[in-house]
Design a protein around this ligand. Structure first.
Ligand code: 5AD
Ligand code: SF4
Length: 453
């Protein structure tokens, strides 16, 4: 067997793509390896969303170059491939900056990897593939060959037509595309037969999903979710990431009506200032978002909300930043991600006048993150004593522990667990720790850990 090491950066869509690349290369004799040392093939599946993410790739390539040289000295060959959004955005430049790279392959061209590897094996030079081919890459990828684990990802939509002025995604991932519903349903059934109990539907704009249904009509995400909920053994459904503009009535209603749909929603707003939202080309105002949140919470009162925020977008004044803080106070998030604005080559905002100084960005980020951390802490604290279902996904750090996720995506661990992986069990939240919750068994479900309490 040849050794394949894949390192994944960035979003969950990359995690999904990495698994599919491993599936694609398995029939060629490549088996997954834990480390790049001595590997026959290394793939860096990269992220271009912020400058830091892209720069990490070049540092890693520097380290890989040495491993490649060591392997060559020992008479072997290590093929280095750069995949993902850095590959798409920078193409040839990657090889110019790091000649040890053999293959550069964009996210829409993974199905071409086998022929690219063959080309490399035949001669010298490198192979580059960053087109957006007309063939659907999903049609050309094989079925998954390995068990996905209890919580699986399934890409249903790719690309973005929104063109937020800070974002590279519309350029690196291309136009919005939805996979046909039948294809998604078949893949979901296979994942469940391989042991998945939960599926997270992925897409850069997943709630804009409009895949062709078996009836010939375009299905909305809500329609797809209702159909998926009918799959025997599939206990939980989630989806990410959503745009507020695409949060339609049927999807809001599904939150109240489909028990498998978990009460957790990642709904990025980016800023609480209307002027900044306008400059970002978000297509909605802060008040629209607040109204939307109220409607989703009316449908599903225990919904936990998450968001993304950017501070220091060009032209952001202190008053704009205060509006973001105010919005966060009003919404009260269970969790959120926040970033300093990072100018990305080729995006409109990168050349805007009035870039915000680095120290101002840093101060705003610190203040926002303190508020978001306090809200997250309060949400977790409110879970103490509550009884909730946990899907156990893997063993914990200590012997006999198992770790899973609550409906609100919080990590929950239990002691004295036995073999719980893949099971959904009801626990009482006995303790709220900084990064996770500790669950205890209910009386009727008592086991060793309860007796020890
Ligand atoms: N600078 C900072 N953050 C960004 N994001 C996207 N582009 C940028 C950028 N240029 C953030 C947004 C998005 C998340 C995935 O990354 O908040 O929702
Ligand atoms: Fe980027 Fe905006 Fe599209 Fe999200 S909606 S991927 S932030 S352009």
């Amino acid at each position: 067997m040849k050794k394949l090491f894949i390192k994944t950066y960035g979003c969950q869509m990359n995690v999904y793509d990495s698994a599919r690349m491993a599936d694609l290369l398995a029939p060629l004799g490549y088996a997954p390896a834990e480390a790049p040392d001595g590997a026959d093939m290394v793939i860096l599946n990269t992220c271009h969303i912020r400058e830091k993410a892209a720069e990490k790739v070049y540092s890693e390539l520097g380290r890989l170059k040495h491993l490649k040289e060591e392997k060559a000295e020992a008479g072997g060959r290590m093929v280095i491939a750069v995949a993902g959004c850095v590959a798409q955005a920078e193409g040839e430049e990657i090889v110019a900056r790091q000649p040890a790279v053999d293959i550069v392959v964009g996210p829409q061209s993974y199905h071409r990897l086998p022929e690219m590897i063959a080309k490399i094996a035949r001669g010298t030079g490198h192979a580059l593939e960053t087109e957006f081919p007309a063939v659907d890459k999903f049609d050309s990828l094989p079925d998954e060959s390995r068990a996905p684990g209890p919580a699986a990802f399934l890409t249903v939509q790719e690309g973005c037509d929104k063109f937020c002025t800070f974002c590279v995604v519309p350029y690196t991932r291309g136009a919005e595309f939805s996979r046909p519903a039948a294809q998604v349903l078949n893949e979901a059934r296979r994942l469940v037969s391989l042991g998945a109990r939960e599926i997270t539907l992925l897409g850069q704009n997943v709630n804009a999903y409009a895949g062709e249904g078996p009836d010939g009509k375009d299905w909305s995400l809500a329609r797809l979710i209702r159909e998926l909920a009918g799959i025997d053994g599939l206990a939980r459904l989630r989806f990410t990431t959503s745009h507020p503009r695409d949060m339609r009535d049927d999807l809001i209603a599904a939150h109240g009506e489909v028990p498998q749909l978990m009460p957790y929603l990642h709904l990025p707003i980016q800023s609480g200032s209307d002027a900044i939202l306008e400059a970002m080309n978000r297509g909605h105002q802060a008040a629209d978002y607040l109204r939307l949140v109220a409607r989703i919470r009316a449908a599903r009162p225990d919904l936990a909300l998450s968001s993304d925020f950017i501070v220091g977008f060009p032209g952001e004044t202190d008053a704009d930043f205060r509006a973001t803080m105010k919005l966060v106070e009003e919404v009260n998030y269970a969790q959120a991600f926040s970033f300093k604005y990072s100018p990305r080559p080729g995006t409109p905002a990168s050349t805007a006048a009035r870039q915000v100084p680095e120290d101002v960005k840093s101060a705003r980020l610190l203040e926002l993150q303190a508020l978001l951390a306090a809200q997250q802490g309060a949400f977790n604290a409110s879970c103490a004593g509550r009884v909730m279902d946990v899907l156990f996904e893997k063993p914990g750090r200590k012997a006999g522990q198992a770790v899973g996720r609550s409906p609100y995506l919080q990590p929950v661990h239990v002691d004295g667990a036995g073999d719980l992986i893949g099971q959904i069990r009801t626990v009482r939240i006995a303790e709220v720790l900084s990064n996770s919750l500790r669950g205890a068994w209910l009386r009727e479900d008592a086991c060793v850990s309860e007796a020890a309490e």
